[in-house]
Design a protein around this ligand. Structure first.
Ligand code: ADP
Length: 403
């Protein structure tokens, strides 16, 4: 495939100690290779690389993101894709926080990189890690255009009433405090696929999308534009997640500081890493949670009930905000793979036109599909998300405009 490498986009999702990557053709959606580097900075770092249906694993200490990416390029070269020699059409980077500054895919230069760095105050756990991936890729592939695709971009135009927090307006303005929303690339991609699948113009559909992965978020979309979303200034707000609580009484933060004497970093860790399903049950993976529930574990049962309760609260809110809905869609790890969550989230709502067909819901099927009865007024769907493809397409569009 050497001669076609220039049609491919390398997509990089760089986290604090990991790099996920895919090399794909945005037109045909063909994935040439993909993989993940994990535990960067530790002694037991590991890279798993998949190319042409074969998986290779290498374990060795990987000091930092640049060393990680260098190893990624070695793996590519060993499996027939010498990216540093052949080049790529573009590198697309997932960047979590675009703040008020970035609301479309953006070609990265020194100024853009500096601005992404400045936004770290809003996303201290994410933007520095994203930037590490960007800087490494720029150093290793200096001739490839690098494009940042922001998780917040889709929600940039949220209505003022939905994005404004009711706190002192001067404080909010001084510190960029508003609802930004995250998982935007996924919500945009999935809602677009729903319109395609239903054979409808996106402009005439009211949609609710539940992205239920380790992180989880919901969005209300009218005519292709989001009117509300559950994540906020940070990805902590909204639904219950693997390790994050979602909505909380903000008074809890002050109470923890005064009564438990936790400092702000400890509270941040508690809320980002040790809460949610994990905080309530001890595990954060839904498959393990189900196993615990089956053994009669009451804490696991409660965690599940809290999770579903929150989903239904958002569903109710968005139904009313939209004034009725045409399609409700589940995506990401839990949304795509847990018939139980889908059934429980929508149980008993036939009077609102919302029904799930039990056989269609339970069917082992990885394709995008409808799981409501054909004659039900509201279409309920399962649509696999594909953020890498969406990022690759966005990066490709930016680069095409340069030609
Ligand atoms: P991320 O937010 O890390 O991208 P994913 O969308 O990959 O997350 O979702 C990961 C989660 O999906 C896992 O933590 C697990 O809870 C859930 N999951 C994955 N496969 C299944 C399955 N077969 N059944 C139930 N839950 C699953």
């Amino acid at each position: 495939m050497g001669e076609t490498a220039e049609d491919f986009v390398l997509v990089i999702n760089s986290g604090s100690s990991s790099i996920k990557y895919q090399l794909l053709d945005p037109e045909s959606s063909v994935v040439a290779a993909s993989g993940i580097v994990e535990r960067i900075g530790e002694d037991d770092s590991v890279i798993q690389h998949r190319a042409d249906g074969e998986s290779t694993e290498r374990r060795e200490p990987i000091a930092d993101h640049t060393a990680g990416l260098r190893l990624v390029f070695e793996m590519f070269a060993a499996t027939g894709h010498d990216l540093r020699r052949e080049g790529v059409r573009a590198v697309g980077h997932r960047v979590v926080h675009g703040g008020e500054v970035f609301y479309r895919p953006t070609l990265i230069d020194d100024d853009v990189a500096a601005a992404i760095s400045d936004l770290s105050a809003l996303a201290p756990l994410h933007n520095p890690a994203n930037l590490a991936g960007i800087e490494s890729a720029r150093a290793l592939l200096p001739d490839a255009p690098q494009v940042a695709v922001f998780d917040t971009a889709f929600f940039h135009g949220l209505p003022a009433a939905a994005k404004t927090y009711a706190i002192d307006a001067k404080v909010a303005a001084a510190h960029g405090i508003r609802k930004y929303g995250f998982h935007g690339t996924s919500h945009e991609y999935v809602s677009g696929r729903v319109a395609e699948l239903l054979g409808r113009d996106p402009g005439e559909l009211n949609q609710i999308v539940f992205h239920l992965g380790n992180g989880a978020s919901a969005s209300a979309i009218r005519g292709g534009r989001p009117v509300d979303t559950s994540m906020g200034l940070t990805p902590l707000e909204g639904l219950v997640m693997g390790t994050r609580p979602g909505d909380l009484d903000p008074g809890i933060v002050a109470h923890l500081a005064r009564s438990a004497h936790l400092d702000i970093d400890q509270i941040d860790t508690l809320l980002n890493r040790d809460s949610g399903i994990k905080g309530l049950s001890g595990v954060n993976d839904f498959r393990e949670l189900r196993r615990l529930i089956e053994t009669g574990d009451e804490a696991a049962r409660l965690a599940y009930d809290v999770y579903v309760h929150r989903l239904r609260r958002y569903l109710g809110a968005y139904l009313i905000e939209l004034g009725g809905v045409d399609a409700i869609t589940f995506t990401a790890g839990v949304g795509e793979n847990s018939p139980q969550v889908r059934a429980d989230a929508l149980a008993g709502l036939a009077r609102f036109g919302i029904e799930v067909d039990p056989a269609a819901n339970a069917a082992e099927n990885r394709a995008a599909r409808r799981i409501s009865p054909p004659d039900a007024p509201v279409a309920v769907l399962v649509v696999p998300t594909n953020e890498e493809l969406a990022i690759a397409r966005a990066a490709r569009q930016v680069v095409d405009r340069l030609d």
